[in-house]
Design a protein around this ligand. Structure first.
Ligand SMILES: CC(C)(COP(=O)(O)OP(=O)(O)OC[C@H]1O[C@@H](n2cnc3c(N)ncnc32)[C@H](O)[C@@H]1OP(=O)(O)O)[C@@H](O)C(=O)NCCC(=O)NCCS
Length: 231
């Protein structure tokens, strides 16, 4: 899929292994509600290992990138079976992160300590909205480089992935976001996602000066209109 955004040729294509660094850069440049991650973590690798290595290294066939003149400017990482992902993360990824924490591989300062503690507490106290994985087995993460937002990249990445899921006969898809990701929430609602849960988040206390809600959105793929016309 190719189109002109501003003066550049933009395209959407399946993720390739050589896109990994570009994808990881955007993931961390946008991890704080669209801004760089350094406000809450000293070492980008903790976040990349914890959140993104699964998609690039264990399920790359369901990720997509947007490029402008061959540079990655946006991405969508997908997973068609979230329960399987959880098993792989628990078996292969979490032990590696733990080992890296214990052996001093990561730079762990006060921000990382606060982040990891709050993540652990949020999971333990079920502070994320729950999702029925039998109804909505697939999920996704999407981010677009700040300079390239508003050019139709986000909607095209979403449509190509939703078309892929429909083609694969996946029954439903969900995603996690927050009340701070306003553009993202608009995008999901525009495509037919419904808000299925919302809970107060403790992750951003003292970092953001107002309460933030964790949100879960979901959509049955029977409710999605397959639209290969944009390709
Ligand atoms: C959310 C995001 C992926 C959208 O990508 P994008 O390429 O800018 O989006 P598009 O240009 O394709 O816009 C598609 C729709 O998204 C919504 N949208 C995009 N930017 C918006 C904004 N600034 N305000 C409100 N809605 C917005 C609109 O519904 C828009 O449709 P419209 O143009 O018909 O109004 C991008 O803004 C982003 O990466 N944000 C920061 C990171 C983030 O929040 N990621 C999601 C984490 S859950």
């Amino acid at each position: 899929m190719r189109w002109i955004g501003q003066t550049n040729v933009l395209s959407i294509r399946p993720y390739r292994s050589e896109d990994r660094d570009g994808l990881f850069k955007i993931a961390t440049d946008t991890a704080f509600f669209g801004e760089p991650i350094e406000i809450y973590l000293e070492d980008r690798r903790i976040f990349l290992d914890g959140f993104y290595a699964y998609y690039t290294d264990y399920e790359p066939e369901h990720s997509w990138v947007a490029t402008a003149n061959d540079e990655v400017v946006g991405f969508l990482t997908g997973c068609v079976d979230s329960a399987r992902k959880d098993k792989i993360v628990n078996k292969h990824i979490n032990p590696r992160i733990l080992l890296r924490l214990l052996t001093g591989y990561y730079r762990v300062g006060p921000k990382a300590r606060r982040y990891l503690w709050r993540m652990w507490k949020s999971r333990r106290k079920h502070l994320y909205p729950s999702v029925n994985l039998e109804e909505y087995p697939a999920h996704l993460h999407i981010n677009v480089d700040k300079k390239w937002r508003g050019n139709g990249i986000g909607i095209r990445l979403m449509k190509v992935y939703l078309d892929q899921l429909t083609y694969l006969k996946v029954s439903g898809v969900h995603l996690g976001t927050s009340s701070e990701n306003l553009a993202a929430c608009q995008l999901y609602e525009k495509l037919g996602f419904q808000l299925i849960g919302e809970k107060p988040s403790i992750m951003w206390e003292g970092i953001v000066d107002h309460p933030v809600q964790s949100r879960a959105y979901a959509m049955k793929l029977t409710a999605y209109e397959y639209s290969p016309s944009l390709k």
